[in-house]
Design a protein around this ligand. Structure first.
Ligand code: FAD
Length: 292
């Protein structure tokens, strides 16, 4: 069972709990990005099982008419087993998302966009295959797929040039993986500078949506300035349990806000990461447990 201390950062253990959480977000003007926790499977069975869970999840989102999408990790759906397994499972999810079982889409065969599918970005060894699969699916679905890129990687400005010509949305994050200095900026100030530069080039060159995947008030404000200058549509994405009052305030101000909503029984390592990355997260969780 999910202990109260973890429930600040994880919506619950079941898809129903995650979708209930999204419903409460939607009521406050915030959309959801639902993520089933799990990664780095080295056997096919759990990778296939999680892909199947995403197929059910997109059906649940469509059935409940929620303002929500999903986000999936390559290593969760088979990349560590083999690229072919990842490709096959991603195709299953994207196909289901574009015609969720039992939805009006599937029944009527109309061209209403289905459930949007994000692909998270993992360490640098996965970048090429992830971008290639993104390109395949976003082109085939007319932009109903998004991908994450990491400002800390030195290759990202070049990747953005390629992505600018494709439909679909791109989420810019600072990067969560410890990468070698030969290929990545490792100092925080340099990563922040790279983030700003990437954001500016995206607003200038992209037509489809830009997602600002950051809790950093400076980056969120900068995105607002760039939007005023270029008019490119954008959204802000933050995690469950992190700066939630800012998420609701931005939504009240008319900014499109998505909350990344993790769920599932593999919550411990995700929760531990949140606690380790910031002292305030630990205090916040502790205060919630003490009821203050
Ligand atoms: P930081 O650089 O950590 O902090 C900057 C400022 O933000 C802080 O000074 C503070 O003012 C504010 N802030 C940050 N955290 C908190 C907090 N807990 N409480 C209060 N204020 C805070 N990484 C990947 O590598 N691949 C992915 O696919 C990926 N997807 C992501 C999706 C989303 C929606 C988000 C939000 C992040 C994702 N990340 C991903 C993680 C990302 O790369 C960063 O590691 C993470 O977001 C920390 O960077 P930051 O920009 O949020 O803020």
């Amino acid at each position: 069972m999910l202990p109260p201390i973890a429930s600040n950062f994880v919506a619950g253990e079941t898809p129903a709990a995650a979708l209930d959480h999204v419903e409460t977000l939607n009521a406050r003007g915030v959309a959801g990005i639902v993520n089933l926790l799990g990664e780095h499977y080295t056997e096919r069975a759990p990778a296939d099982a999680d892909a199947e869970a995403y197929v059910d999840l997109v059906g649940g989102i469509a059935d409940r008419s929620l303002d929500a999408c999903v986000s999936v990790k390559a290593s969760q759906i088979g990349l560590d087993v083999g690229e072919d397994v990842f490709r096959e499972n991603l195709a299953r999810i994207v196909d289901a998302a574009n015609a969720p079982p039992g939805s009006a889409d599937a029944d009527a065969g109309d061209d209403t966009p289905g459930v949007f599918v994000w692909i998270d970005m993992e360490d640098h060894e996965t970048t090429d295959v992830t971008l290639d699969e993104f390109e395949r699916h976003t082109t085939a679905t007319d932009g109903n797929v998004g991908v994450c890129v990491q400002a800390n990687l030195k290759r990202t400005p070049d990747d953005l040039e390629r992505l600018a010509d494709l439909p679909g949305k791109v989420r810019l994050v600072k990067g969560a993986y410890d990468e070698p200095a030969s290929i990545a900026h490792t100092k925080k100030a340099r990563v922040d500078e790279a983030y700003r530069d990437c954001l500016a080039s995206m607003f200038e060159a992209f037509d489809d949506g830009i997602a600002v995947g950051s809790h950093d008030p400076e980056m969120v404000a900068y995105a607002g300035e760039l939007h005023a200058e270029y008019g490119t549509p954008y959204e802000v994405q933050m995690l469950t349990g992190v700066r939630e009052s800012a998420q609701f305030a931005l939504a009240d101000d008319g900014v499109t806000v998505y909350q990344y909503v993790p769920y599932g029984d593999k919550w411990f390592s995700y929760f531990y990461r949140r606690i380790r990355e910031r002292k305030s997260n630990a205090l916040f969780a502790l205060r919630a447990v003490l009821g203050r």
